[in-house]
Design a binder for this molecule. Sequence first.
Ligand SMILES: C[S@@+](CC[C@H](N)C(=O)[O-])C[C@H]1O[C@@H](n2cnc3c(N)ncnc32)[C@H](O)[C@@H]1O
Length: 254
Amino acid sequence: MDIYERLAEVYDRGGWIEYSRRLLPYLQEILRRFRFTPQKVLELACGTGTVAIALAQEGYQVVGVDRSSAMLREAEKKARQAGVKIPFLRQDMRDLVLKHPVDLVTCFFDSINYLLSYQDLVSTFEKVSRVLRPRGLFAFDMNTALGLASHWDYRKGEGDLGDVAIIGTNSYDPQEKLGTIRITVFKKVNGLFEQFTEVHTERAYARNEVKTALKEGGLKLLSCYDCLTFQRPGKNAGRILYVATTARKSSHQA
Ligand SMILES: C[S@@+](CC[C@H](N)C(=O)[O-])C[C@H]1O[C@@H](n2cnc3c(N)ncnc32)[C@H](O)[C@@H]1O
């Protein structure tokens, strides 16, 4: 079974979307600093649509892309409830194709770390460069090696999550730079607990690798920050926010 297939149904109760919500004012501040006013936004790896819906509510024309149909079903449900119209497309970001160019691409909450090879990173950046209009912006955050090695373990209990408990345990392979998390969910159904486990793997990339991959993909790194701040990322940064733009004059595919 694909990852997120079962997790999707409890994802919003797992507390993860709080982080995505914190990125919204941060994104607005980034746009302000770059004096950039987008209209069309692609929320890449949009998951259950938290960021896509919030952006649509602020008046942006948003399209959401994710490879998990289960996550997209939740996103569609939430968008209907919020009364916003967002086309949600099921695509793998490595093969991303849009009919129309966008001004801004966002890709948040480690989604890029799910790309496990450097070539996948370059392919994704290349596809992003094709859907971005010239001088458009691409903002994404990534876990660093330190972030993958140290920030992942958690336990979340019934009280705040309703009838759900979630346990996440992680391991990190420094040789391969791979972080693996086992997420076990206990969900009460008719008074009994159902249990399922998903194993998620993320890869850390050094800042220089990301910069080179962006370049190979036709993008140019503009800035990177210790995520949720505007400080340069130091060696203790667990997560980095990157802002890139198109390197080509006209990058949208014909
Ligand atoms: C941690 S969730 C973040 C969801 C969303 N960005 C948010 O902030 O709420 C990671 C998401 O990345 C998606 N994802 C991972 N690899 C992907 C790929 N190759 N193409 C498209 N989506 C992918 C997963 O399906 C999942 O929805």
